[in-house]
Design a protein around this ligand. Structure first.
Ligand code: TMP
Length: 204
């Protein structure tokens, strides 16, 4: 695709602080002259946002959960992500398929093979150009979540061992795909993280 934009995803366990860094990153890229579409998963389309509400609140079978994540993703790719990239825009997305491998795979124990099948079906070989994995010890992340002045969602309410499995699955993917997935130590202060992000994007 000539002039195709870049697809950047941000990942991490709940409480890793990626939303704060996402806002900074979008401003940073815009200041460098990029046209940026900021979006999120599950969500990013009217239907996807409805599915998100269900996914974050309604108890369901783990395979239903995976299917709904990928249903929302199909809609998102078709209506938002692919058209934006075709226009030459950059897309910065708060979570994508690595989250399905980490949460539905690592966290819930759904087989890698089933998730892989869904991935092949829904996105073919399409992958992010770059994934920023904000990594943080679960203990610190859980303290941050506990301090949030709002109702916790179905994933945030999970026990520590769930989040440990999610973190391990994310780190595993970073080890398997080091070119695409960059691990950022989310214990660092904002200024250092921003510095690291600037370095990463200096080659883009
Ligand atoms: P957020 O709080 O970062 O917006 O994400 C919502 C939750 O959805 C988060 O706890 C992780 C979860 N999630 C999955 O379990 N699988 C997925 O494929 C995605 C995109 C998110």
């Amino acid at each position: 695709m000539t002039g195709r934009g870049k697809f950047i995803t941000l990942e991490g366990i709940d409480g890793a602080g990626k939303s704060t860094h996402l806002a900074w990153l979008v401003d940073f890229l815009r200041s460098r002259g990029r046209t940026v579409v900021q979006t999120r998963e599950p969500g990013g389309t009217p239907l996807g946002e409805k599915l998100r509400e269900l996914l974050l609140s309604e108890p369901m079978h783990l395979e239903t959960e995976a299917l709904l994540m990928f249903a929302a993703r199909r809609e998102h790719l078709e209506r938002v992500i692919w058209p934006a990239l075709e226009r030459g825009d950059w897309v910065v997305c708060d979570r994508f398929t690595d989250a399905s491998f980490a949460y539905q795979g690592g966290g819930r124990g759904l087989s890698h093979d089933k998730i892989q099948q869904l991935e092949n079906w829904v996105q073919g070989g399409f992958q992010p150009d770059l994934t920023l994995l904000f990594d943080l010890p679960v203990e610190i992340a859980m303290q941050r979540i506990a301090g949030a002045a709002r109702q916790l969602d179905r994933f945030e309410q999970e026990q520590r061992d769930f989040h440990e499995r999610v973190r391990a699955a994310y780190l595993d993917r970073a080890r398997q795909m080091p070119e695409r997935v960059k691990v950022i130590d989310a214990r660092m202060n904002c200024a250092r993280i921003q510095n690291e992000l600037e370095n990463i994007f200096s080659t883009y």
